[in-house]
Design a protein. Structure first.
Length: 577
């Protein structure tokens, strides 16, 4: 596919991830390589244009309007790795433009005065006077002696976010700091728009070659010697017109794509919302489910849409809509009665009324939403043998020792990461393990910070402890399925209760009492296990769908890269040599 064919099929290629930014970059590539518009043999060659610019420069020096500068070396073949049209030439920015910079020092700021423009005021091709500092007239005049900014000059950030070229489109006087200024030896011999688009193209290369570490920068000498491809002046103007036309097309495509995404996201959210309504009847739910499944390929087109689908699966599971109820499996109330009898017998929970523990019996938990008639509601504390945390004193880290798992070690894939945890001494482990001892099939639940509400099932026999950012939850395995509890704690239903129960405005901090008071819908034990199996089955489908979408995005990127590479094949062949 040649460049003309590619540009004619924008609408087909725009669906690839990052397609529009890549196409914008591609347009600039074509522009500076002489492949965007047709060459006209009647145009004055760029070499003659360069001679005229050189004469204009000498004239300014003779009039003492310009200082004599060091002669620049010609551009070598190795500096530009692509062929140019016959009428073009290679040169350096300092041979075509008067390249200056602003002050490097910080003048004293005043309440009223002249704006001091810095790199933060150059963004998206526009010059912004928002949030600008003001300097005195004296400082402004002093800076202007070095770098008087006028309409149609070009500004370029030299420090930090290098690039962001801006064409000055105002007559408002201002000064510049740490910003490059491109002026003209003869305005009639220059096309500001072409310089601006070339600098957009070159900004990436400049950032690669920039000096400095955390605060990269390019020097005035660097900019003056930077190579530029120079077309005939008439072709420069044709190129700018074509770039403007194609960039406007990209703008329209980008806006249309954003509208499509917003409509698709709203439709997907509305469909999932209808599925998540716990009080809709069975007939309405089946209709909503059928609609969503039929249109799933349209709703789910990006990997970032999968988490909402996973939460819908969990929500349906704990609303009793994921599997059918079976009369021979008993009821949640019967399960609670057996559980209550066990609690009263061993006095492990009902006999103690610690702070934060519910003061009602397990048979009297109000429902949060409608569930099947065979289900019941319970507080989490009654379904667990233990909900506890460690001493709040943070032990010292040591080399070797026993892993000390915190919320950051609870991975998004549902596992606990033991690759690089904090380690504590044997003495600290022995002291702290008197209160909390972790064993296989326990649940580690994060209760502090940004990772609030992550529940991970312990599936290893590794000896470890948990930090205060987590707590231990040990279900009563004979009455509830451990995976059922873990899946519930990972659901949005539990996360909503967690956020409601946090005790601080800044960093979320969920107390044990609030965790014990979580309300959980309870199905018969056999149904719990069927729910877990169905959830695992659907989560595996989500995994496959997520992988397929990621693969599709990768393939789309590769396809676009291949097409762009083919369009620039002559240049690529030269680079390979």
């Amino acid at each position: 596919m040649n460049p003309a064919q590619l540009l004619a099929h924008f609408d087909r290629l725009v669906e690839a991830p990052d397609a529009i930014p890549r196409l914008r970059r591609f347009i600039l590539d074509l522009a500076v390589r002489g492949k965007l518009v047709e060459q006209d043999s009647k145009d004055e060659p760029a070499s003659e244009l360069l001679d005229k610019i050189s004469q204009a420069k000498k004239h300014l020096v003779a009039q003492e309007k310009l200082r004599i500068t060091k002669e620049l070396e010609p551009v070598t073949e190795g500096e530009l790795l692509f062929d140019l049209p016959a009428l073009w030439c290679r040169t350096r920015l300092g041979m075509v433009f008067d390249v200056r910079d602003g002050t490097h020092e910080t003048p004293k700021y005043v309440e009223t005065g002249y704006p001091l423009i810095t790199s933060k005021n150059l963004s998206s091709g526009r010059l912004s006077f928002n949030d600008v500092k003001l300097i005195s007239e004296q400082d402004h005049q002093q800076i202007s002696e070095r770098s008087m900014v006028e309409r149609d000059d070009i500004l370029l950030a030299m420090i930090g976010s290098i690039g962001n070229p801006v064409l000055v489109d105002t007559d408002r006087p201002f000064s510049i700091k740490n910003v490059a200024l491109f002026k003209y030896y003869d305005r009639g011999l220059s096309c500001p728009g072409f310089l601006c688009l070339f600098l957009q193209y070159a900004a990436g290369k400049m950032r690669q070659l920039a000096a400095g570490g955390l605060q990269p920068f390019v020097s005035l000498g660097f900019l003056r010697t930077f190579p530029i491809t120079l077309p005939p002046l008439a072709e420069q103007r044709r190129i700018v017109a074509k770039v403007d036309e194609l960039m406007a097309l990209c703008d329209r495509l980008e806006a249309a794509q954003a509208r499509r995404e917003r409509r698709r996201d709203r439709l997907a959210a509305a469909s999932l919302n209808r599925l998540n309504r716990p009080d809709d009847g069975a007939k309405a739910f089946r209709a909503h489910a059928c609609f969503h499944l039929c249109h799933l390929p349209r709703f789910t087109v990006r990997p970032d849409q999968i988490p909402a689908l996973r939460q819908t699966v969990l929500n349906l599971a704990f609303c009793g809509r994921l599997v059918r109820q079976r009369a021979n499996e008993g009821t949640g109330n019967l399960l609670l009665q057996r559980l209550n009898a066990a609690i009263l017998k061993d006095r492990k929970v009902a006999g103690s009324r610690k702070k934060g523990q519910p003061t009602v019996d397990p048979m009297n938990c109000p429902p949060a939403f409608g569930t099947p008639a065979s289900w019941a509601w319970s507080y989490l504390v009654f379904l667990c043998e233990q909900i506890a945390d460690v001493d709040h004193n943070m032990p010292k880290a040591v080399q070797g020792g026993v892993p000390f798992i915190s919320a950051k070690d609870l991975k998004d894939d549902g596992t606990i990461d033991f690759s690089d945890p904090k380690m504590i001494s044997e003495d600290d482990y022995t002291r702290m393990a008197r209160k909390v001892q972790i064993q296989r099939d326990d649940i580690v639940y994060s209760r502090i910070g940004a990772r609030l509400g992550k529940a991970r099932l312990v599936q290893v026999d590794t000896r470890f402890l948990i930090s205060y950012s987590c707590c231990l939850i040990r279900p009563r395995y004979e009455f509830v399925d451990k995976n059922y509890i873990q899946r519930f704690l990972d659901s949005a239903l539990a996360l909503k209760q967690a956020h409601k129960g946090t005790q601080s405005i800044g960093v979320p901090d969920l107390g044990l009492g609030e965790i014990k008071a979580f309300r959980i819908p309870l199905s018969p034990l056999a149904e719990q296990r069927r729910i877990v199996a169905k959830v695992d089955e659907l989560m595996a489908v989500c995994d496959r769908l997520e992988s397929q979408l990621a693969t599709a995005q990768t393939e789309s990127r590769r396809l676009l890269e291949a097409i762009l590479h083919e369009a620039l094949a002559p240049a690529a062949a030269l680079e390979a040599e």
